[in-house]
Write a protein that binds this ligand. Structure first.
Ligand code: PLP
Length: 471
């Protein structure tokens, strides 16, 4: 990423975080250039880029000021949230399957998809590495690399943990078929039918489906659209309903995009340690941050091995390879044994190819470009929503990932919007699929992980019209 793009990205982030507000003056070009040690031309380029995005505006002889959104339209407020935990039997699978089934067609504009565009990934470079790895593959590795998985890959993952300041030994990592398998293994390792599992509300529908399939109950705890799960409500729910495990996304939660601040993650782990409740931490979006460093997972504060940290390469490097992992802490043996008795191992060629790709270098460069592209796509996307959606719309501005959680005016039915949008060739993810109690009837999750083009712009305009008519 070029320097001016980095500076523009950081300023855009500050605007989204509310650190810089509408009307605030940006530092002068001279000051920004001397304080950051970059040339005035670079600062100018960054300011031009932000101006072109409608985020700042130049006032003659006064400098640059934050406009707050496209063409000076004020930023939409954050979605609302409630604070009452609820316990329920889960019955969302049919709804989720119905919605997922309807949005897969290639010709549908994939605003409701859970995946980013595959074109954002270094597919050619991965394919070359895969080909050369498979050609020189030791035939015995297909026997040797059963669970916990290819040692080189586990070492590469342990190295990345280390760079982020987490000491996870190579043999503390189990390779899985994507993060979803990792999450399910953890759930099986610590629950029996009838147990209760604490989740965020709203939460990733696959967590609800796993709970439903395993005969468990869900305790849904309200989550703030920017700051994540409400810890006071969570502690009350723990005391009252005694969950066996918590399943949370502390970084760029799906669907909210919320990011728990470091202190809050620390308090969360402290609370779970006091109650001796394990945490399944789903961290598949952690690498997709727009700030200057990777947000620490809750696992970083875990001193007793209670946190099972799950992630994968599906969202940031190699979609379709189906390689993920879990660092299960004190539950290592249980997780590894369930893996061995269910799917035995993850694909050995895919594991080896990813290990070789990571060892070769270039992953961080790819990630920087990916983050930059996602941030730029988010800026355009949010500008379009601000311009096209009706009054009463509220909007989260995530600091990473590729989802935006949109609260529609009260009287708009998200399932109805989903149906009408699909007729017009556009998918959205309606709020009720993220809740065991089918809450969030007037919310939708939109995916900005696809390259911005006239098709997406037109789809957002059309969606705005559908929502306006539905209101
Ligand atoms: C929050 C979350 N966790 C886990 C997954 C599954 O990840 P994987 O594709 O690596 O199995 C997804 C995919 O949509 C997700 O959004």
């Amino acid at each position: 990423m070029k320097r001016y793009e980095k500076l523009a990205g950081e300023i855009a982030q500050s605007i989204r975080d509310g650190v810089l507000r509408r009307g605030d003056k940006l530092p002068s070009v001279r000051l920004a250039s001397s304080s950051r040690g970059i040339s005035p031309a670079t600062v100018f380029q960054a300011y031009y880029l932000l101006e072109a995005r409608g985020l700042i505006t130049a006032r003659e002889r006064s400098g640059y000021f934050v406009t707050g959104g496209a063409n000076g339209i004020p930023q939409l407020p954050e979605p609302e949230f409630t604070t009452r935990p609820q316990v329920t039997q889960v019955d969302v699978s049919e709804l989720v399957f119905e919605i997922l089934g309807s949005v897969r067609a290639r010709k549908v504009v994939p605003l409701g998809s859970a995946f980013p565009s595959p074109l954002l990934f270094p597919l050619k470079s991965l394919a070359r590495t895969m080909a050369s790895t498979v050609q020189s593959m030791d035939p015995w590795s297909t026997v040797r690399d059963l669970s916990p998985g290819d040692e080189n890959l586990r070492r590469q993952i342990a190295l990345r943990y280390l760079i982020d300041g987490l000491k996870i030994p190579t043999d503390g990592i189990v390779i899985t078929a994507g993060a979803l398998e990792a999450l399910n293994l953890c759930l099986s390792a610590v629950t029996r039918p009838g147990d209760a599992v604490l989740v965020e509300s709203p939460t990733f529908y696959a967590a609800l489906q796993a709970i439903e399939r395993s005969g468990l109950k869900a305790i849904e705890v309200p989550s703030h659209p920017r700051l994540g799960v409400d810890l006071d409500a969570m502690e009350l729910a723990i005391k009252e309903h005694k969950p066996k495990v918590c399943w949370l996304m502390t970084t760029f939660q799906n669907p909210l995009g919320s990011l728990m601040p470091d202190d809050k993650k620390k308090d969360l782990v402290g609370m779970l340690t006091r109650h001796q409740i394990p945490l399944i931490e789903d961290d598949v979006y952690g690498e997709l941050y727009f700030g200057d460093k990777r947000p620490m997972p809750a696992k970083a504060y875990d001193t007793e091995g209670l946190v099972m940290h799950c992630s994968s390469f599906s969202k940031c490097l190699a979609p379709g390879y189906r390689i993920g992992w879990v660092a299960p802490g004190r539950y290592s043996q249980a997780v590894e044994r369930i893996k061995l008795t269910t799917t035995l191992a993850a694909s050995v060629p895919a594991q080896q190819a990813l290990a070789a790709y990571l060892a070769k270098g270039g992953y961080d460069r790819h990630l920087r470009t990916l983050r930059h592209n996602l941030l730029m796509q988010q800026i355009k996307f949010i500008e379009a929503i601000e311009a096209c959606f009706p009054q009463g719309t509220r909007l989260g501005r995530p600091a990473g990932g590729y989802f935006v959680w949109v609260q529609l005016p009260d009287n708009v039915n998200a399932l109805e919007v989903h149906r009408k949008a699909l007729e017009a060739g556009i998918s959205v993810a309606p709020g009720p699929m993220f809740s065991a109690q089918r809450q969030f009837g007037n919310y939708i999750r939109l995916n900005y992980g696809h390259l911005w083009d006239a098709g997406i712009e037109a789809a957002l305009k059309k969606l705005g019209e559908i929502i306006t008519v539905a209101g």
